[in-house]
Design a binder for this molecule. Structure first.
Ligand SMILES: [Zn+2]
Length: 304
């Protein structure tokens, strides 16, 4: 993977300088949430009184009292905002992700708190309705977890299948799928790649057959015959993501349960697709503001 040369507007130094105290964090959230002045979340009135001491706003029209965190992921959190900011920073800054154990040690919270915090931030990172990929798109699958070595398309064992699509020079989409049969692969391609995309590159797995049409080429490289690159036909971009994913799981998360794998994939996707975004800190915070609170019991029941 190429080294990321983007200069982030937030680094560890100014993270500490700017957001070490609650008032600064709150002021930044306010600026992001209401760039044109505070608006009542209930009646949209802009006539607001500020109750400075209590950090609340009083709506002059409907009398609703609210704070900058009302209705956001931060609401009802007992954690100081700077711990949220610091954890979010650690998550977007570490290319391979960061484990709940590391967060626990770094910001001084219990493991359970760290785990829940990471999951809430992760769930906010998932892109709402992402654009369809276009141009030249590589598609490939890989097996994650379990004990058996990858023994080819036909054998899954206790591993989980992850499919990915990478637009050349663009974004990547990742997803857990149940099988590598034609139906599953074609459905993933349909949901993630523009119908008139120029070309789709895959390996020779027969279930990919039929994805070409009059405005989309389908080219394959024959991995079983040791053919990895033919001209510009290869799946090296998406395979780079697989090595990143595997290093994340081995290096940072250690053990990722299947029910949470999609969430980890979202996190990786978000970080990877924003690798050139120097406003990643701000943009992730905007995601958190827009995300409502994810209940702990929802998380552990695996519905989220
Ligand atoms: Zn109001």
């Amino acid at each position: 993977m190429k080294k990321n040369g983007t200069k982030q507007e937030v680094n560890l130094i100014n993270l500490v300088e700017r957001y070490h105290d609650e008032d600064n964090c709150r002021a930044y959230l306010e600026e992001l949430r209401w760039p044109d002045g505070v608006i009542c979340p209930r009646c949209q009135s802009k006539s607001i009184s500020r109750v400075e001491k209590l950090h609340i706003f009083d709506c002059n029209s409907c009398r609703y009292q609210f704070s900058v965190t009302s209705g956001t992921i931060f609401h009802d959190s007992h954690l100081p905002l700077w711990k949220w900011f610091a954890t979010m920073y650690l998550m977007i800054e570490s290319k391979k992700g960061i484990s709940a154990n590391q967060v626990k040690r770094t910001i001084g919270v219990s493991y359970k708190t760290a785990w829940y915090l990471c999951h809430r931030i992760r769930s906010a990172m998932s892109d709402g309705t992402p654009n369809l990929l276009k141009g030249i798109v590589e598609v490939d699958e890989t097996l994650v977890g379990g004990k058996r070595k990858n023994v080819g398309h036909g054998f899954k064992g206790n591993k989980t299948i992850v499919i990915g699509a990478s637009q050349r020079g663009g974004e990547t989409r990742l997803q857990v799928i149940d099988s590598v049969d034609r139906k599953a692969l074609h459905q993933f391609i349909k949901e993630n790649i523009a119908p008139d995309t120029e070309a789709i590159y895959t390996d020779e797995w027969p279930a990919y057959q039929g994805i070409a049409d009059e405005d989309t080429r389908h080219e394959t490289v024959n991995h079983s015959a040791e053919e990895w690159v033919r001209g510009d036909v290869h799946t090296n971009s998406v395979e780079g993501i697989w090595s990143l994913l595997k290093r994340s799981i081995v290096g940072s998360y250690h053990k990722v349960s299947v029910k949470h794998l999609d969430a980890y994939l979202n996190e990786l996707e978000w970080r990877f697709n924003n690798r050139s975004n120097e406003h990643l800190f701000r943009d992730t915070l905007l995601k958190l503001i827009a995300s409502s609170n994810l209940e702990y019991r929802e998380l552990i029941s695996g519905r989220a």
